[in-house]
Design a protein around this ligand. Structure first.
Ligand SMILES: [Zn+2]
Length: 148
């Protein structure tokens, strides 16, 4: 499986393989679900493709379909755990050119809940969580995934 030592997503996947990723929630066939570094949006997670691929259109059809199923399963677990008003899913890869999906639970208690989730990105760093909090959130979400 192709990995890239300078890619931050690859590093997070490698950390998980070494059993040292406190943010790890769940392993799927093609991806892993992790809790986000910040929790500005309570329950924010990322789905990281295990393999270093830059673009969705570079994936084989079967891999894309599997990843899509995994995204939906992950999103459903986040909804069951946190009961958000709405889910936002996004995939960019401009800063980290390795396919990963952002899963943002949105709450109608947010003053800007009708806007896109990056509106307050400048203050995400004020909502960083430590490893203990990450493990606790991961365990709550994992309880809603297959095999729990
Ligand atoms: Zn990578």
């Amino acid at each position: 499986m192709m990995q890239n030592n300078v890619c931050s997503i690859c590093r997070r996947v490698a950390l998980w393989r070494e059993g040292r990723n406190a943010h790890f929630v769940y392993e799927f066939e093609r991806s892993i679900l992790v809790v986000g570094d910040h929790q500005f949006h309570k329950g924010y997670c990322l789905l990281l493709l295990k393999e270093h691929v830059r673009e969705l259109h570079e994936l084989e059809g079967e891999v894309y379909l599997a990843l899509s199923r995994e995204l939906i399963t992950a999103g459903r677990a986040v909804v069951e755990t946190f009961g958000p008003w709405k889910m936002n899913y996004s995939c960019y890869g401009n800063q980290d050119p390795h396919i990963h999906w952002h899963l943002f639970p949105r709450y109608d208690s947010e003053p800007d809940h009708l806007q896109q989730p990056w509106l307050h990105a400048a203050v995400f760093k004020d909502h960083l969580i430590d490893e203990e909090a990450a493990r606790a959130l991961a365990a709550r979400i994992r309880a809603h995934l297959p095999g729990a």
